[in-house]
Write a protein that binds this ligand. Structure first.
Ligand code: SDX
Length: 429
């Protein structure tokens, strides 16, 4: 006997099916609620609403668990390269050696960016925000590959589009970095692995063909990209699914996801964390003062990098990043005073009832900015790195929505505006 939920509306009882996920999660299926009762549900910000069934990522906010296709984030971060995890997200299985080699080879065939796109890029104002440049460039890919716009055209075209996006994202991210410094673009070197190639295009110079990134930095970047690879139905992934559900093309769906990630409450938080830590340092480093500001309802200040819509325990990614942070700064011989402020903030916050009662723990963004800065990235570039990591997750979510033939996403509302009224001609207003 399958489980059901009963609700009584205006004296009438309705029975709704209950869905149980493979990890025992429960949902009341309200797909027919309006047809049966005329009622809809209301859940501003979708805090209690499931938008889809999904097999890509599982997370348990109470226990601080994150798994991709059944594998724990700890195992993946310790044992895989970023492209291995990207393959896992996209295909559902970890690749064999030959499958990974084929995947990597296909990517090397698409790492260059069309000269015409580069021309558009050169017109962007120097100093414009990297995330605005990235979303514009990804959307503009749809102009250069018109044959791959129809998401239902053919699987080969879609596979090529997916490879094209994964191949060109690092090149475009590196171009954006070069632009901010007024340096010439370093082209992809297809003899380098994905992450080394990205670091070479970013920190290498056309005048220094022998540049080799520090293996510590390559390893840290691989791990950071893996930790950002997917996170089920977060704001940006839901945006990608929403735009994709209209059968818009993958480029426009990913560009929309980048724009959603840009927000300071989402992926933009890593930039905000560093700016907050810098501000606290420059203000004298009194963390208690800033903790009290974060607790003050009349003060708009929030402790950036703390709290999460789903995690009501430690974000498992934050734990891994915090450990990597210590290792990377030690190996690179970096002594970053904001790291000490971050640790003091975390220590004070985690013993303060305001944060404990609201289950506000450090999230993925709290420590990532400190590593990114130690690796040489400027603060307004941190969310670019989040997007670079999240790309395979967004694509996997889009693929699942497409292959499941999900309907166009169109939520309902409850109207609270004016009652019907007579039109007032201009002369009588
Ligand atoms: C990411 O969804 C994902 O999976 C996202 C992500 C991913 O991988 O895709 O994990 C990446 O976006 C991580 C989150 C990065 N954002 C930040 O670090 C910004 C700071 N955090 C907050 O703004 C907040 O915690 C959110 C936005 C992350 C979550 O907000 P919710 O779930 O809407 O919770 P809420 O705003 O209703 O807060 C509940 C209470 C409120 O207090 P009360 O009204 O109950 O008195 O907690 C308070 C909030 O005021 N609160 C904070 C706080 N976060 C929540 N108070 C001070 N500082 C904070 N950071």
């Amino acid at each position: 006997m399958s489980e059901t939920a009963k609700i009584i509306l205006e004296g009438k009882e309705y029975e709704l099916p209950v869905i149980t996920g493979s990890e025992g999660e429960k949902a009341i299926d309200i797909s027919n609620l309006r047809g049966l009762s005329g009622y809809i549900t209301m859940d501003e910000g979708y805090k209690n609403t499931g938008s889809t069934l999904s097999a890509v990522t599982f997370l348990d906010g109470e226990l601080g668990i994150l798994r991709h296709r059944g594998y724990s984030i700890e195992d993946l971060a310790d044992n895989c390269t970023f492209l291995e995890v990207a393959y896992l997200l996209l295909k559902g299985e970890l690749p064999t050696e030959s499958e990974l080699a084929d995947f990597e080879h296909k990517i090397t065939e698409h790492t260059l960016v069309n000269e015409g796109l580069e021309g558009m890029f050169k017109a962007f104002p120097t100093g414009s925000h990297p995330m605005g440049q990235l979303s514009s460039m990804i959307s503009a890919l749809s102009l250069f590959y018109p044959k791959s716009l129809n998401p239902h055209r053919d699987e080969d075209a879609i596979s090529r589009t997916i490879i094209r996006l994964i191949a060109k994202m690092p090149t475009i991210c590196a171009m954006i970095y070069k632009k901010r410094n007024g340096h010439p673009i370093v082209f992809p070197n297809n003899y380098l692995d994905y992450v080394t190639n990205y670091l070479n295009m970013t920190f290498g110079q056309v005048t220094d063909p022998n540049y080799t990134p520090d293996p510590v930095i390559v390893n840290a970047m691989n791990k950071l990209l893996i930790l950002h690879a997917d996170h089920e139905q977060n704001c940006s992934a839901s945006t990608v699914r929403m735009v994709g559900s209209s059968q818009s093309n993958l480029y426009s769906s990913i560009s929309a996801g980048i724009n959603a990630l840009w927000g300071p409450l989402h992926g933009g938080a890593n930039q905000e964390v560093l700016e907050m830590l810098e501000h606290i340092k420059n203000d004298g480093g009194d963390v208690t003062k800033w903790i009290n500001k974060a607790k003050d309802k009349n003060d708009p200040f929030r402790l950036m990098g703390f709290g999460h819509r789903v995690y009501k325990n430690f974000d498992p990614r934050a734990k891994i990043i915090k450990k990597a942070c210590d290792e990377v700064l030690e190996k690179l011989g970096v002594n970053d005073p904001v790291l000490e402020i971050a640790k003091k903030l975390e220590e004070v916050a985690l013993s303060d009832p305001y944060f404990v009662d609201r289950k506000l723990f450090p999230n993925v963004d709290f420590y990532s900015g400190i590593i990114y800065r130690a690796l040489g990235f400027p603060t307004d570039f941190f969310t670019i790195l989040f997007a670079l990591g999240r790309l395979p997750g967004w694509i996997s979510q889009w693929q699942e929505m497409r292959l499941e033939k999900q309907p166009i996403a169109r939520p309902r509302q409850i109207y609270t505006g004016q009652a019907p009224r007579e039109f007032v001609p201009m002369e009588k207003r």
